[in-house]
Design a protein around this ligand. Structure first.
Ligand code: WTA
Length: 695
C-alpha cells in the first residue's frame, strides 16, 4: 500500500450508504447519528443533491484522484499548474525534495525552472478571461451600513498604483515590506502590490503590541512599513499608528531605522489632525498613491522566489519567520480552496480570519482570488453590534461559503439560536472550520442551526507551515463524522508515528507527520535554516513533524487531538508558552513563570500562568493586574493570561526542570491525577500550590 493511504481501504464500506439512501440528507443522518453511542459511528451522509453537483462527488472519485496524486505527483500537479499563467514553463521532470536530514539539508522545491507571478495570476489572468467586471472584494466596515466594493479591474488598478508607488520609493524585488493593517481593502491590496513587484511582504496581525511588531521588523528589516492611523473594532478604538511609532523608536534604539511609514487615513476611525506625525518618515497613502499610474508591469519571478514571510509561535521564545515561495504556494492554495469548498464561480465567499494570520493569507487573499472568487473583507467584530452580525452579513451579500473558527461557533452558540434563526441564511452552501479541533457539539450546532442541516462542514486541518489544507473533507464526497477532519488532501501522505518515529497503520493514536513534500510547504525559517530542520525534520527522521497529536479510527478517519508541544491554541491563535513566560519574567517583580494551556469553554484553550515572585514581594491584586498588562504590552491582548496562580515554589526535578505535567493537572484541577511526585526536588510545593489555587 502507498504510505499514508491507509484510509483508502475503507472506500468500499463508505460507499455503502444505508438503505433508503436517496432520502438520507445530512439532517436525518444526524438524528440517526445522535442515537449511536460513539462519535466514531456517527456518520453524516452527504445530501445526494449536493453530491451530484460537487467537484468530487463520491469516495471512489476521491480515491482515484488521491492515488494518482501520490503515485505520480509530477503529472498530477503539472496538469493543475498548467491552468495558471507562466512566463516560462517549469521543467516538467524536475521536482526536488529531501525531507530526511540524514541525507544533507532539507530542500523543498516545486516547479523549478518556471517563471510566473502570483498577482498576475490572481488579477490580470482573471480579467483576461472576462471577469474584469466581476466583484473581487466586498468590504463590510465595523458599523453596519458601512461598506464598499471593488471589481477585479478596479482591484488591479489599486494594486498597480501602490506597486508603482513602492517602486518609486525604491522597493525592489526581494526587498521586504511590513504590513500592519486591520481588515481594510488596503490590506489585500498591499499584499498583492508587493507580490506584483517581487517584494516579500510580512503582515503583522494588528492585534500584536509594539514590542512584537518591533521584534518582527528587526528580524526582517523592511524598506517600508504600511499601516493606518486608527481602527475601530466592535466598540473599541485603537490608534494603530501610535503602536507603529513606538515600535519604530524601539528599532532605532537597536540600530535599525525604517525610512518610510506609509499611512492610510482610516477616516471613519481617526482624523489626520489627531494622528501623531513624523514629517521625515511618515507619508499619507491618500496623498501619494492615487497619483501613480493604474498600470504596472509585472516583475516576473522564479518559482522558488519568496512570496512572503509570516511570523508564528513555536515551543521556544523567539517567533519564527515562516517563508513561503511563489509557484508551489500559488498552485496549492488555489487547488485546496477550490476542492475543500467545492467552489463554483457563482459563490460568494466569506472567511472571518484576519489577514494577519495564515488563514487570511491563503484563504482570504490568495486561494480565493486565484480562483476568481468574490470575497468578503470584514473590518469589524463578529458579535458587534450584536451576535447576529455574521448572519446579517451572510444575508446582505448572499454568502454561500462561510469559513470560520470553532471559537466563534462556540461563542455564538452560547448567545442563543434566536440570533441565527432570525436571518434567512438560505444562500449558505458549505461551512468551514479552522484553527483548532471542533468539538462534536459545536460541529452539530454549526451544522443544524447555522446550516439548517443542509450544508456540509469542511473542518480543515493545516498550519502556517503547510501553506494550505492538509487534512480536510471534500464536501459531497464522503460521509462526515462531527469532529473529524476526515482524510488527507490530494498529494498529502499523512502518517501517524509512535514515540520512536515508526509509522503505525490502521486504528491508532500518535504523532501526526507528513511523508514527502507538497507544493504549499514552507521552505525555511527566515535566516535560520538550521532551526527549520531541528524543529520540523529531526524529531522523526524522514518526515515533517506537525507538532500535533492525532488518532485514526477504524474507518480510517483522522481525529486531531491538539498540540503535543509547548504551543497553546487560544481562540485559534497560536502562541508559545515560552513567549508568555518571557513577557511575565520581564516584570521586575516576577522571578519565574511557567505557563500551561487549560481547557476553555469558548476559547478552546485558556492561558494559565504560574508565577514566582522576587524574594520579599507580596502577591496582590494590583500585581496580578500589572503582570497581565505586561503580557498585553509585550505580545498583544489575545495572549493575556486568563489566570495567574501565585507559586511560591514550582515543581521541579532535582536537575531543575519544571514538571509541566503536574502543573497542567493542577491548572485543570485534576488533583487526583497528579501522578508520581516523588522525583521532585521538593514535593511539598505541590500541596502549597493546591492550597493557593483559588487565591
Ligand atoms: C491547530 C492555522 C484541529 C493545530 C491554520 C495546528 C487544528 C495549529 C485545525 C496551526 C483543525 C488548525 N483541527 N486542529 N481543523 N486547524 N489546528 O499555524 O494544532 O495558526 O498545529 O495555522 O492549529 O495553527 P496556525
Amino acid at each position: 500500500s502507498i504510505a499514508g493511504s491507509d484510509h483508502l481501504r475503507h472506500v468500499d464500506s463508505m460507499t455503502r450508504v444505508p438503505s433508503g439512501a436517496g432520502k438520507i440528507s445530512y439532517l436525518n443522518a444526524v438524528v440517526l447519528g445522535e442515537a449511536l453511542a460513539s462519535e466514531e459511528n456517527d456518520l453524516v451522509f452527504p445530501n445526494p443533491e449536493f453530491s451530484v453537483q460537487a467537484l468530487v462527488s463520491s469516495p471512489e472519485q476521491y480515491a482515484e484522484m488521491y492515488k494518482k496524486s501520490i503515485e505520480d505527483p509530477a503529472s498530477f500537479w503539472s496538469e493543475i499548474a498548467s491552468q495558471f499563467y507562466w512566463k516560462k514553463k517549469w521543467d516538467p521532470e524536475v521536482f526536488s525534495e529531501n525531507l530526511d536530514v540524514r541525507n544533507g539539508n532539507v530542500k523543498i522545491e516545486w516547479f523549478i525552472g518556471g517563471i510566473t507571478n502570483v498577482c498576475y495570476n490572481a488579477l490580470d489572468r482573471n480579467i483576461d478571461v472576462g471577469n474584469g467586471d466581476k466583484v473581487a472584494i466586498l468590504w463590510e466596515g465595523n458599523e453596519p451600513g458601512q461598506d464598499g466594493k471593488l471589481t477585479y479591474r478596479e482591484l488591479l488598478e489599486k494594486v498597480c498604483q501602490l506597486s508603482n508607488y513602492l517602486k518609486d520609493v525604491g522597493v525592489r524585488k526581494g526587498d521586504t515590506v511590513v504590513i500592519y493593517l486591520p481588515m481594510l481593502m488596503e490590506l489585500p491590496i498591499s499584499m498583492l502590490a508587493c507580490a506584483r513587484i517581487g517584494a516579500v511582504h510580512s503582515v503583522v496581525f494588528a492585534g500584536f503590541s509594539s514590542e512584537s511588531l518591533s521584534q518582527r521588523i528587526m528580524d526582517c528589516k523592511p524598506k517600508v512599513v504600511i499601516t493606518c492611523n486608527g481602527v475601530r473594532r466592535g466598540s473599541k478604538a485603537l490608534a494603530l499608528k501610535d503602536i507603529v511609532d513606538s515600535a519604530l523608536v524601539e528599532c532605532n534604539k537597536n540600530g535599525f531605522s525604517v525610512g518610510l511609514c506609509l499611512t492610510y487615513e482610516n477616516q471613519s476611525a481617526m482624523s489626520r489632525e489627531a494622528t501623531k506625525w513624523q514629517d521625515d518618515r511618515d507619508v499619507w497613502w491618500q496623498d501619494v498613491v492615487p497619483k501613480f499610474p493604474t498600470k504596472c508591469e509585472v516583475e516576473w519571478v522564479e518559482s522558488e522566489d519568496p512570496l512572503f514571510l509570516l511570523y508564528t509561535s513555536g515551543s521556544t521564545g523567539k517567533p519564527k519567520g515562516v517563508l513561503h515561495t511563489t509557484a508551489g504556494y500559488m498552485v496549492y492554495t488555489a487547488t485546496t480552496f477550490k476542492y475543500a469548498f467545492d467552489y463554483k464561480p457563482s459563490d460568494i465567499y466569506w472567511c472571518t480570519a484576519d489577514c494577519g494570520w495564515i488563514t487570511g493569507h491563503s484563504y482570504v487573499t490568495y486561494g480565493p482570488l486565484l480562483n476568481g472568487a468574490t470575497i468578503i473583507v470584514f473590518e469589524g467584530a463578529p458579535n458587534y453590534p450584536n451576535p447576529g452580525r455574521c448572519w446579517d452579513i451572510v444575508d446582505k451579500y448572499k454568502v454561500s461559503l462561510f469559513y470560520t473558527a470553532p471559537t466563534l461557533v462556540r461563542s455564538l452558540m452560547r448567545d442563543g439560536d434566536e440570533y441565527v434563526t432570525r436571518y434567512s441564511r438560505k444562500s449558505l452552501r458549505v461551512l468551514g472550520s479552522v484553527g483548532e479541533p471542533i468539538n462534536p457539539s459545536a460541529w452539530r450546532w454549526f451544522f443544524n442551526v447555522v446550516g439548517d442541516g443542509r450544508c456540509p462542514i469542511s473542518d480543515t486541518w493545516w498550519q502556517t507551515e503547510t501553506g494550505g489544507f492538509m487534512i480536510t473533507p471534500l464536501p459531497g464526497a464522503w460521509p462526515q463524522k462531527p469532529g473529524s477532519a476526515t482524510f488527507p488532501f490530494f498529494g498529502v501522505q499523512a502518517v501517524i508515528v509512535d514515540e520512536k518515529g515508526i509509522e503505525i497503520e490502521g486504528e491508532c493514536s500518535g504523532y501526526l507527520c507528513i511523508k514527502k513534500s507538497w507544493p504549499g510547504a514552507f521552505r525555511t525559517l527566515y535566516g535560520d535554516h538550521e532551526r527549520y530542520e531541528t524543529t520540523y525534520f529531526k524529531p522523526f527522521q524522514g518526515y515533517y513533524f506537525s507538532g500535533d497529536g492525532c488518532s485514526r479510527d477504524k474507518d480510517g478517519y483522522y481525529w486531531l487531538t491538539g498540540r503535543v508541544d509547548d504551543v497553546i491554541n487560544v481562540s485559534g491563535h497560536r502562541i508559545g508558552t515560552a513567549e508568555i513566560e518571557s513577557a511575565l519574567v520581564s516584570h521586575p517583580q516576577c522571578a519565574e513563570a511557567a505557563v500551561v494551556g487549560v481547557e476553555h469553554e469558548v476559547k478552546g484553550q485558556g492561558i494559565y500562568a504560574f508565577v514566582t515572585l522576587v524574594e520579599g514581594v507580596p502577591y496582590s491584586e494590583e500585581l496580578r493586574k500589572s503582570l497581565i498588562l505586561m503580557v498585553r504590552n509585550q505580545i498583544g491582548a489575545f495572549a493575556a493570561p486568563d489566570k495567574i496562580h501565585w507559586a511560591p515554589g514550582l515543581p521541579k526535578t532535582r536537575s531543575g526542570k519544571i514538571m509541566r505535567r503536574i502543573l497542567r493537572k493542577i491548572a485543570s484541577r485534576q488533583l487526583n491525577e497528579l501522578g508520581d511526585t516523588s522525583t521532585l526536588a521538593d514535593p511539598t510545593v505541590v500541596d502549597q500550590l493546591i492550597a493557593l489555587a483559588d487565591t
